[in-house]
Design a protein around this ligand. Structure first.
Ligand SMILES: Nc1ncnc2c1ncn2[C@@H]1O[C@H](COP(=O)(O)OP(=O)(O)OP(=O)(O)O)[C@@H](O)[C@H]1O
Length: 337
C-alpha cells in the first residue's frame, strides 16, 4: 500500500517558487493499477517522481508498505528504491549495451551474485516476450521492444511497486495496447502495484482500477475508473471522459428531428438488456437511434445512446419514465413536440 500524505513539492527558480504538487493526499491499494491523469504542467511527473524520491518532497509523507520514504537514510533509500522501480516514456536504456547486458547491469548494481544473473536475465526476457533479442542493441529494437526491455529491467530486482511515467506516450496505438496488456499480466501474475501517469484516457480505460485527476498540483477527483467514466463530477474529469465518450450529432439530424431527443446512459449489466426494444413493445412510440457507443471499461459495459422518440406526448412521457426507472440515467436533449 502507498499512502501519500500532504505531499508538497515546490521548485525554487531564480525568480520565483513554482508549485509542482500542492498538498496531495491519496492512498493506493496493494496490487491495484492506479492512473493519474492531467494536462501538461498539472504535476503528474512531480508526484510520481516523489514516490521513489527521484524528486525530494518539500514536505509531507510517502509511506510504502509501512515505511516512510521521506525519513530514510541514503543507504536505506537505495534498498527502498529497488522496491519502487520505474519505466519511462523514452525508455532510458544503455545504448552501448545489449539487451542482455542492460538487464544484467541492473542486477549487478543491486549486488545480485554473479551465478544468479544469467538465469534471472533469461527469466526476465521470457516474461516480457523478448527471449530472441538478448544480443540485440537498443538501436536495433522497435519502440515497443525497447519498452519491454525497460519493463524487464524494472522488474529485475522484484519490486513491489512499478511506476510508469508516460510509458506508452511514444508508442503507436497497437504497440500501446500490447504494452498495456503486458503491464496487466505482470500486475496479475506478480501482484505488483502499478502507478501510472498519462494524459491519455485510453490508457486509463484499458487497465486502471482507480484513477485520480490532477490540476494545478492538486487531485481534483479520484475514484474507481468506471465510476468516474459513468459519473464524472468535476469539469476537468468530464473533459477527459469526453475524449472517449463524447459525440455530437450531425446538424442535419438535429434539424430534421420530429420527436423528442433523449440521451440514455446504460451502466453495467443493464447495457446488455433490451430496454429500448421493450419500450417499443410497451408504449406507442417509435424511435430512431441516432448515435450510440458501448465502451467496455475493464470488461464492464458503459453504453451511451442518443435517440429520437416519436409519438403522442403522453406515450413519450410514459416511455421516458420507464427508461429512467430502468437506467437511472436519461437526459432530454431537445424537445420539438
Ligand atoms: N525542475 C523543475 N524546476 C522548476 N519547475 C518545475 C520543475 N519540474 C516541474 N516544474 C514545474 O512544476 C509544475 C508541474 O510540472 P510537472 O512536470 O510535474 O507536470 P506534468 O503534469 O508532469 O506535466 P508534463 O506532462 O508536461 O510533464 C509545472 O509548473 C512545471 O513547470
Amino acid at each position: 500500500m502507498i499512502e501519500i500524505r500532504n505531499l508538497v513539492k515546490t521548485y525554487k527558480t531564480k525568480k520565483q517558487t513554482v508549485v509542482g504538487v500542492d498538498n496531495v493526499s491519496v492512498t493506493i491499494k496493494k496490487g491495484e493499477i492506479f492512473g493519474i491523469v492531467g494536462y501538461s504542467g498539472a504535476g503528474k511527473s512531480s508526484l510520481i517522481r516523489c514516490l521513489n524520491l527521484l524528486e525530494t518532497p518539500t514536505s509531507g509523507e510517502i509511506i510504502i508498505d509501512g515505511q516512510d520514504f521521506t525519513k530514510l537514510t541514503s543507504k536505506e533509500l537505495r534498498l527502498a528504491r529497488q522496491k519502487t522501480s520505474m519505466i519511462f516514456q523514452h525508455f532510458h536504456l544503455i545504448k552501448s549495451k545489449t539487451v542482455f547486458d542492460n538487464l544484467a547491469f541492473a542486477l549487478k548494481a543491486a549486488h545480485v551474485p554473479k551465478a544468479k544473473i544469467k538465469p534471472r536475465v533469461v527469466e526476465l526476457l521470457e516474461m516480457v516476450g523478448l527471449s530472441d533479442k538478448a544480443d540485440s542493441y537498443p538501436a536495433q529494437l522497435s519502440g515497443g521492444q525497447k519498452q519491454r526491455v525497460g519493463i524487464a529491467r524494472a522488474l529485475a530486482n522484484n519490486p513491489s511497486v512499478l511506476l510508469c511515467d508516460e510509458a506508452t506516450s511514444a508508442l503507436d496505438p497497437n504497440t500501446t495496447k500490447s504494452i498495456l496488456k503486458l503491464l496487466k499480466k505482470i500486475n496479475e501474475e506478480l501482484g505488483l502495484t502499478i502507478v501510472l501517469i498519462t494524459h491519455e484516457m485510453e490508457v486509463v480505460k484499458e487497465i486502471c482500477d482507480r484513477m485520480a485527476v490532477m490540476q494545478d498540483g492538486k487531485i481534483v477527483e479520484e475514484g474507481p475508473v468506471y465510476d468516474l467514466f459513468a459519473e464524472p463530477k468535476q469539469p476537468l474529469t468530464k473533459q477527459f471522459i469526453e475524449t472517449i465518450l463524447q459525440f455530437e450529432l450531425p446538424q442535419h439530424l438535429v434539424e430534421s428531428r420530429r420527436g423528442k431527443l433523449i440521451k440514455i446512459q446504460f451502466k453495467g449489466s443493464i447495457a446488455e438488456e433490451s430496454v429500448v426494444s421493450e419500450v417499443f413493445q410497451r408504449y406507442k412510440v417509435r424511435g430512431n437511434i441516432l448515435h450510440g457507443k458501448i465502451e467496455y471499461i475493464q470488461d464492464v459495459p458503459l453504453g451511451i445512446f442518443i435517440m429520437e422518440l416519436i409519438g403522442s406526448a403522453d406515450e413519450i412521457e410514459a416511455a421516458i419514465r420507464y427508461i429512467t426507472a430502468k437506467t437511472q440515467s436519461l437526459e432530454v436533449l431537445e424537445d420539438v413536440a
